[in-house]
Design a protein around this ligand. Structure first.
Ligand code: AMP
Length: 496
């Protein structure tokens, strides 16, 4: 099949040719004609399938029929014609880049907005009215409440990576945004997986949608070669350096579970002659953008990232991904390794698994219905005691796999209303300690320890940027009963 059969005008065909795409990916072949017909869409497609062009190209065709401005449309201040919602800033920036690159020859006005950076340039960009606005829900709602954006004339809504939006607790913001849109509109919903929650959302939002499923849900992309290295936690840093060096890997994305872990690993690799930078929710937006740009431009060999910071990264020809620690949630494994093997290219994803992580590995293998091959450690010299990860080993937070193969979400407000991160062990099995109560670590210190906080932190960063979040007054209020879905902390602007 060629792009020529899909109903795109010459301007867009030239843009497609300029990117070097020769034929549409399966999701593009199905989505482009359906969007042009005006249908709502429900698409199960992971990042890497070419889904962005699958919606951006037909949307541009509809905005600019045959490459010309629609003569019936009059631009009005602050009004938006197409709204794309994404869960993260990085994904928003990438989707916006795709629109500007495909629409390079068109008189398109567009902007990209997200938290963590000043709002003034964003408000100015929106002021004249836009064809396309790509936005993260928190900042969009903020500006809408300040009447800086008028969503009442939106013609097309795209929800990109809807499953991530739900996982990150943005559902309330998304619903509030949707309430401000006209009911008569075209809605396109993209999600890597179709959980019960996403299907419920789709049933509410979509009108007789065309359903497109390009890879079976919850299976890893077959062209990605996957390996597991069973190794002591203290040997992981040395093994990471060994694999990169011995394999002469030119570009590697490494996932750690924690922000501090990302920093420590990047420092270690850097010190050992392997240039690396870390990106995570504590880094400023400019530091994140720079690290990503350097990595994309091949100026940086290794990018160490936490899950959320890395979400949606679109890096062409990324051949290697390392899971320095396995993710607590099995679906995140699929998202992580989807960074490699994009758009038909082959890739390799390796996971370093210490004994504590065996349960997580089993859950991933069960969910992806495969047994991951073991990599060879021949030639790897375990480091001397003094050279081992000197820092405290990454702590395994309550993540035993449950029956449906999902790990557990942290219990701090990032969950999807599923399990709440409590131990499966009955109380009586917990090891007793002889220490007097007072000498045990204070409860708060444990509750606030970093691994649990990564998702909450990222959301705080999305809302507040690098400013301190409004301090939460200490309270003796009773704890939320287990099982209640935690409420997302609201940015100060929303008031309570
Ligand atoms: P996405 O799933 O939208 O994040 O796209 C993943 C990658 O596929 C991006 O790097 C695109 O540039 C690339 N891509 C999109 N469409 C095509 C195509 N038709 N042929 C080759 N590569 C593509």
């Amino acid at each position: 099949m060629s792009f020529a059969t899909l109903g795109l005008s010459d301007v867009l065909m030239r843009a497609v040719a300029a990117t070097g795409y020769t034929s549409p990916t399966p999701v593009q072949a199905q989505a482009i004609p359906a969007v042009l017909e005006g249908r709502d869409l429900m698409v199960a497609a992971q990042t890497g399938t070419g889904k962005t062009a699958g919606f951006a190209l037909p949307i541009l065709e509809k905005l600019f029929p045959l490459g010309h401005p629609d003569p019936t449309y009059r631009r009005t201040a602050k009004q938006i014609r197409v709204l794309v919602l994404t869960p993260t800033r990085e994904l928003a920036a990438q989707v916006h880049d795709s629109f500007t690159s495909y629409g390079g020859e068109l008189p398109m006005k567009s902007a990209c907005i997200f938290g963590g950076v000043g709002a003034t340039p964003q408000i100015k960009a929106i002021a004249p009215g836009l064809d396309v606005l790509v936005a993260c829900p928190g900042r969009l709602l903020d500006l809408t409440n300040q009447r800086m954006v008028d969503l009442s004339k939106v013609e097309i809504l795209v929800l990109d990576e809807a499953d991530r939006m739900l996982d990150m607790g943005f559902i309330h913001d998304v619903k509030k945004v949707i309430a401000k849109l006209p009911t008569k509109r075209q809605t396109l919903l993209f999600s890597a997986t179709f959980s019960k929650e996403i299907t419920e959302l789709a049933n509410k939002l979509l009108n007789n949608p065309a359903r497109i499923e390009v890879t079976p849900p919850n299976t890893t992309v077959e062209r990605i070669e996957q390996k597991v290295y069973r190794v002591a936690a203290g040997h992981k840093r040395a093994l990471t350096a060994h694999l990169i060096t011995m394999g002469a890997w030119e570009q590697v994305l490494v996932f750690t579970r924690t922000k501090h872990g990302a920093n420590r690993l990047a420092e270690y690799l850097d010190k050992n002659g392997l240039p690396a930078a870390a990106i995570h929710g504590n880094k400023s937006q400019s530091a994140r953008t720079k690290a990503l740009a350097d990595f994309k431009a091949n100026k940086l060999r290794i990018l160490v990232a936490t899950d959320i910071a890395a979400r949606g990264l679109d890096i062409d020809q990324l051949p290697h991904v390392i899971n320095f620690e396995l993710p607590n949630v099995s679906e995140d494994y699929v998202h992580r390794i989807g960074r490699t093997g994009r758009a038909g290219r082959s890739g390799e994803a390796v996971s370093l698994v210490c004994p504590d992580e065996e349960k997580l590995l089993k859950a991933i293998e069960r969910m992806t219905r495969q047994k991951i091959d073991e990599g060879s450690l021949v030639g790897f010299e375990p480091p001397a005691q003094s050279e081992m990860n000197s820092d405290r080993p990454e702590r395994q937070r309550g993540a035993p796999a449950n029956a449906n193969g999902r790990g557990q979400r942290p219990a701090n407000g990032s969950g999807t209303g599923r399990s709440q991160g409590r131990s499966d062990k009955p109380r009586s099995e917990k090891p007793r300690t002889d220490k007097p109560r007072s000498s045990q670590p204070p409860r708060a210190a444990r509750v606030n320890s970093e691994p649990q906080d990564s998702v909450t932190e990222e959301r705080r960063h999305q809302a507040h940027g690098n400013r301190a979040a409004p301090s939460t007054p200490k309270t003796d209020a009773p704890r939320r009963p287990a099982g209640n879905r935690p409420q997302r902390e609201k940015p100060a602007l929303f008031g309570r």
